[in-house]
Design a protein around this ligand. Structure first.
Ligand SMILES: [Zn+2]
Length: 320
């Protein structure tokens, strides 16, 4: 592609890609805050759906007896950038997952070191187009185009569009389009993992129309500056708009308090989310977990639980 063939959206993608690298190389050390739970928090196995926020976009979802892991990043740093809050679990502490979902190839979401440290796991699902970036992995892989599904261990996993940008190394944002969210279904519940996204008027309403009732939505709320997000990252108020558009029952915010402390301050996304949640009257719907906590769906009509107590009896070695 010659420079003269750059479309405005190509330029936006390039700026987004390169500014990510400038941010990575200019930023200061993280705040070093502790997770609320280190290791596996207590679960309620009789509950059909629970989720642990391991940190950043890494969520350990349990649907029935199956586990799904999203964007595993368990590393202490991102290139030279220290994490603000460490991941709550080490690779060896995670149970075997039926599927690992990679939303896109940015370093904070697709961390090859974390994937390689995980004991042999189920299928790793990438957005279509990620094939050249996923060589030399020991895992089984699958690649999904938008609205394409794969069945894994009784789960149906479908890639859905989001508003983000591709690439891994900055310049490749120009041609790489491999980014996605996912719908995960086990026949009883439906979970939406947004990965990393900006706000879009149509995309999320369309997801609601196509897929129906969503029980739990994992939606990013950072990074952003000022009162508005941008085309590739939502702020907390826009995250709540996505939550409304897809019509989910509950939301767990992700993608904050790990790597983006320099975008304002560490506490800002949680503070802004709490304010926006109160203004929208969604306090019983939005669960801003602390790193390492578990959310458990209650029985019909019951308030979900948030658990911040470690399961001291959990047998890590036996879970693999
Ligand atoms: Zn990203």
């Amino acid at each position: 592609m010659t420079p003269s063939s750059f479309s405005p959206s190509s330029k936006r993608r390039l700026i987004a890609g390169l500014s990510g690298w400038i941010w990575l190389t200019c930023t200061c050390a993280g705040a070093g805050l502790e997770p609320a739970v280190r290791g596996m928090p207590i679960d309620h196995p009789q509950a059909e759906l629970s989720a642990v926020w391991v940190g950043h976009a890494t969520v350990l979802i349990r649907m029935g007896k199956r586990h799904i892991l999203t964007d595993p990043n368990l590393a202490q740093r991102l290139l030279i950038l220290s994490r603000d809050t460490p991941a709550s679990m080490t690779p060896q502490q995670l149970p075997k997952a039926s599927a690992i979902l990679i939303s896109h190839l940015h370093l904070d979401h697709y961390d090859r070191w974390s994937l390689q440290q995980l004991p042999y796991q189920g299928k790793v699902v990438f957005p279509d187009g990620a094939q050249p970036y996923a060589t030399n992995l020991k895992h089984l892989r699958g690649y999904l185009a938008p609205h394409e599904s794969v069945h894994v261990d009784g789960l149906k996993i479908t890639a859905v569009p989001v508003s983000h940008f591709g690439g891994r190394y900055g310049i490749d944002a120009l041609w790489d389009r491999s980014y996605a969210g996912y719908i995960i279904e086990d026949g009883k519940h439906r979970v939406f993992f947004a990965g990393d996204t900006g706000y879009d008027e149509q995309i999320f309403k369309d997801i609601k129309e196509r897929y129906g009732k969503i029980d739990l939505a994992l939606i990013p709320i950072a990074p952003y500056r000022g009162d508005s997000g941008n085309s590739v990252h939502v702020n907390p108020a826009e995250a709540l708009k996505i939550f409304a558009d897809i019509g989910a029952d509950y939301m767990i915010p992700i993608h904050y308090e790990a790597f983006y402390g320099m975008f304002g301050n560490y506490a800002l996304p949680r503070k802004d989310l709490n304010k926006a949640t109160k203004e929208a009257g969604l306090q019983k719907k939005v669960y801003a977990l602390k790193t390492g906590e578990r959310w458990v769906l209650g029985r019909r009509g019951q308030t979900p639980l948030v658990i911040s107590e470690k399961d001291e009896s959990f047998q890590y070695a036996q879970s693999h």
